[in-house]
Design a protein around this ligand. Structure first.
Ligand SMILES: [Zn+2]
Length: 293
């Protein structure tokens, strides 16, 4: 069954920005500017996205709609069929590579098998792609689409300078973000994207998961990666080769971040697996550093 969709806000959030929450699954964001409306992400199914558009009708008025896909992870763009042909969909050029990747089709096949709510999902490609960055000039508000790879190669975050708000999507995440792979290069990318967001000096940083808005999450994410690197630094080669490292004392997720009591067990399992990948990438980065030295 689809989660329910509701419109939410954060304390101190400008009323032109609306959080579109699909239960605990994901948050999309709606931004109203003078010249057009922007929907950042289309949720996990077309039905969820259609429900969101109905809820947003009053706020949307008759301004044209522009849709941004932050990245090609299922929970962020599988609702595209609800807007295709009605609004241009913008994404980073690397999103096209991800759509062509057979793994993307496989995720859909697996999800349909698990849950019938994914039955009408179509993988719809963006209409417009860009490399580097892109700016949407809404008149009173500007949306700067910033390539922030590391979580995925195609990830973009949105910066609204007039409000000093960063819609960080999955580049920032509470309790921890997830690096794309166990490679040192992806670890370097996720760190530099976090640093880029930190350097915006935003008043609010709004990720798509975890329902937080404090910029302190960016610092906490960076501190987590620093702590991983420091902990791995002191290990012997045998310890580094241990495939179970993320389960040993001192290296578990809970040894780095506090998981709030009452967090659903499947959420904890999800973040443990993120942590395992993050730790794997940190070990890889350490190996490469040692090789160079
Ligand atoms: Zn996500």
């Amino acid at each position: 069954m689809n989660p329910s969709v509701e419109l939410c806000s954060h304390p101190e959030l400008d009323e032109r920005i609306v959080i579109v929450r699909a239960g605990d699954e994901v948050d999309a964001v709606f931004v109203r500017t003078e010249r057009f409306n922007v929907l950042i992400d289309t949720l996990g199914t077309p039905e969820l996205c259609r429900t969101a558009l109905v809820l947003l009708e009053d706020r949307a008025g008759d301004r044209p709609l522009i849709v941004v896909n932050s990245h090609m992870d299922w929970d962020h763009f599988w609702g595209n069929a609800a807007v295709a042909g009605r609004a241009p969909i913008i994404a980073h050029a690397a999103a096209l590579d991800r759509l062509r990747d057979p793994a993307t089709q496989q995720v859909l096949k697996n999800k349909v098998r698990e849950d019938s709510r994914f039955g009408d999902v179509e993988l719809i490609a963006p209409d417009i792609t860009f490399s580097g960055s892109m700016v949407l000039n809404g008149g009173n508000l500007t949306l700067e689409l910033i390539h922030t790879p590391g979580h995925t190669p195609d990830h973009v975050a949105i910066w609204i300078p007039e409000l000093r708000i960063c819609l960080a999507v999955d580049a920032v995440e509470y309790p921890v973000p997830e690096v794309w792979s166990r490679s040192a290069e992806d670890l370097r990318l996720i760190r530099s994207s976090l640093e880029r967001i930190r350097d915006l000096d935003a008043r609010l940083v709004i990720p798509a998961h975890g329902q937080t808005s404090s910029p302190s999450t960016v610092m906490a994410n960076l501190a987590y990666f620093d702590a991983l690197a420091a902990r791995v630094e002191g290990l012997s080669e045998t310890q580094l080769a241990d495939g179970q490292l993320s389960r040993s004392n001192g290296f578990r997720l809970d040894d780095f971040v506090a998981i709030p009591a009452g967090t659903p067990s499947e959420t904890v399992t999800f973040y443990r697996s993120c942590h395992e990948t993050n730790l794997g990438a940190t070990v890889q980065a350490h190996f490469e550093k040692c090789k160079r030295a």
